[in-house]
Design a binder for this molecule. Structure first.
Ligand code: X8Z
Ligand code: ZN
Length: 601
């Protein structure tokens, strides 16, 4: 029989066993602060090691660089997950807003969570490194010729050839590189989902959607809302381009009211269409200049092109890039080793070790991409005084939008100012200028949306591995209105022929950036006092605009993104009306051209 005394003890013991909170010494706010500081210190060291190895792997792909980078990435991810789990201890405390936000960001900082099982964790990071490496090394070797073609060469064919057979061959040739990635991708999905679930997310897609200061489902709705704002613009452009392509390639090649064949749009993924400008240019509205030709005629080097980009930022009041940027960046494709050419911007020490990695070609397209990359670098440096967990953008769409916003200021008037153009075309050429921009920016919208539509469903299990390719093309057709150049069955794995799928980079950020950059541009043009149509406004040399950009960038991730957006634009909501306004004259013109012709697919 139990004495009263022991009964009491038994009760207490049960209580203690049922609640870890009571068993552990009570955590205080001071503990939370100390924990966060230590976590930031430790993670910074691990992240620097990981980014150094990642740089080596990306600029010199070998089995060893791949293995080392996978290992250091694994170490960093493992530590982040351990700390995110430990942070649960503080969840019942009333934390300061900063610590509360940091602990949330800790849990959200990964794009790939590894499972706690050590073998699975190692396997996942190795697969991730191997898939990116395979993409980087990808080549198409036409049997007829002895030389193999890399993505840059194949992309050049897509951009410049007007021979449907050559376009088709280059398209099919590149897409074959993704075929062997399918089993790895399938395993990657299973393992990364396992890691995400251990962290408390439904799956990896839900983890990605949780990064926007709102519930994951709400974010999906936000994407749909923005798409509905711009969809009519895309549909008008699509119909017009389809008609012009019918004139060029014939009615049999391009259907009157069906999807456009993906290999005819000037880009390997049909994601940006500016390379077919010559085929669709409004009659008599040619912008009057061709930046690619100007850069080539002047024998502009890759470094010169980057210098032009830097000069734009310094004209706004940003400090010049550090000497190490010029010493350590990779601007051109090395002749004697494999690299990941896909352009990227780095901040290796999270302070000032800024670099870009690009295989620059002397084209207008790469001129824009350079501005894009430098936008990342100037953002990274602007938030480097924040503590480690806040050294990131307001949301990832902001990171992608900064350089593009600057590139919107690359107007003819700006090119005249920097001596690349003799005189700016008069307003009669506006339709040509708008068309060129629309092919790039409006053409991109549905592509920016659909990649993660596919991946979210892959991660949630709604799309099964046996349907990977079929569902990919269903989404391409639904959103973009494009079709593959041939029947693409499940023997292919076309999604991984796109860098961000093979390298596991979330893509919704580019859709957001496409919209945000016009919102930023409209506000900045107003701050700079520009009274011209938006597409003729450049903020080059405007200190006031520079200050407002700096104010937003220097906040890093310290506050929810609506506050950062407000700092620059005064608005707290992402809003596509700036983009719609920018292209309004073109939309009117397109609809006139499309009158009486089929629209949609
Ligand atoms: O990946 C990029 C940048 C690096 S963050 C070059 N972009 C997307 C792509 O190439 O698919 C920029 C536009 C969209
Ligand atoms: Zn980017």
């Amino acid at each position: 029989m139990m004495s009263r005394h022991s009964l009491l003890h038994a009760g207490l013991a049960a209580l203690i066993a049922s609640s870890a909170i009571v068993a552990a010494p009570k955590k205080t706010l001071a503990d939370a602060k100390a924990f966060t500081e230590k976590a930031e210190q430790e993670l910074l060291v691990l992240a620097i090691d990981s980014s150094r190895a990642d740089w080596l792997k990306s600029t010199y792909i070998t089995d060893d660089s791949e293995a080392l980078s996978a290992k250091l990435n694994e170490r960093m991810i493992g530590a982040t997950i351990r700390m995110a789990k430990e942070a649960v201890d503080f969840s019942r405390l009333a934390l300061t807003p900063d610590i509360d936000r940091k602990l949330k960001l800790l849990k959200l900082s990964l794009t790939m969570a590894t499972p706690s099982d050590p073998a699975e964790s190692a396997e996942l990071t190795r697969i991730a490194a191997a898939m990116e490496g395979a993409y980087g090394k990808g080549k198409y070797c036409p049997q007829a010729k002895s030389e193999c073609l890399d993505l840059e060469q194949l992309s050049k064919i897509l951009a410049t050839s007007r021979d449907p057979a050559a376009l088709r061959e280059a398209w099919i040739g590149w897409h074959a590189i993704a075929k062997p990635l399918r089993p790895q991708y399938e395993r990657f999905v299973a393992l990364s989902n396992k890691g995400s679930r251990e962290l408390g997310f439904a799956d990896t897609g839900a983890m990605w959607r949780s990064k926007y200061d709102m519930a994951p489902d709400e974010f999906a709705k936000e994407m749909d809302r923005l798409w509905e704002q711009v969809r009519p613009l895309y549909v008008s452009l699509h119909a017009y381009v389809r008609n012009r392509l019918r004139e060029k390639y014939g009615d049999a090649a391009v259907p009157a009211n069906g999807p456009i064949p993906a290999h005819l749009l000037g880009n390997m993924w049909a994601q940006e269409w500016e390379n077919i400008y010559d085929l669709v240019a409004p009659p008599n509205a040619d912008p009057g200049f061709d930046l690619t030709k100007i850069l080539a005629a002047r024998k502009t080097s890759a470094q010169d092109m980057v210098k032009y980009g830097e000069k734009f930022f310094t004209s706004l009041g940003f400090a010049p890039l550090p000497a190490t940027f010029w010493e350590r960046s990779m601007f051109t494709k090395p002749r004697d080793r494999e690299v990941v050419c896909h352009a990227s911007a780095w901040d290796v020490d999270f302070v000032d070790d800024l670099r870009i990695k690009m295989c620059i070609d002397t084209t207008a397209e790469d001129f824009t991409t350079i501005h894009h990359e430098l936008g990342h670098n100037f953002y990274q440096r602007a938030y480097n005084a924040q503590s480690y967990l806040f050294r990131d953008s307001a949301n990832d769409g902001f990171h992608e939008a900064v350089g593009d916003t600057i590139a919107l200021s690359v107007t003819p008037e700006y090119l005249v100012k920097i001596g690349l153009l003799d005189s700016a075309p008069d307003p009669s050429k506006d339709m040509g200028l708008l068309m060129l921009r629309a092919l790039e920016k409006v053409g991109f919208l549905p592509f920016g949306l659909l990649i993660d539509q596919w991946r979210w469903k892959v991660f949630s299990g709604e799309i099964k591995p046996q349907d990977y390719n079929k569902t990919w093309w269903e989404l391409k057709r639904k959103y973009q209105g494009v079709a593959p150049p041939e029947e693409r069955g499940e023997e292919w794995f076309d999604p991984a022929a796109k860098y961000h799928v093979a390298a596991n980079v979330p893509y919704s950020r580019y859709f957001l950036a496409d919209i945000l950059q016009f919102q930023f541009h409209r506000s900045l043009a107003q701050i700079a006092g520009c009274k011209d149509p938006l597409h003729r406004c450049s903020i080059y040399g405007n200190a006031e605009a520079g200050k407002r950009i700096q104010a937003m960038l220097s906040m890093g991730a310290s506050r929810p993104w609506p506050e950062a957006l407000k700092a620059l634009t005064g608005q707290r909501e992402m809003d596509a009306s700036a983009m719609v306004d920018y292209f309004a004259p073109l939309k009117k013109w397109l609809d006139e051209q499309n009158a009486g012709k089929p629209v949609g697919w």
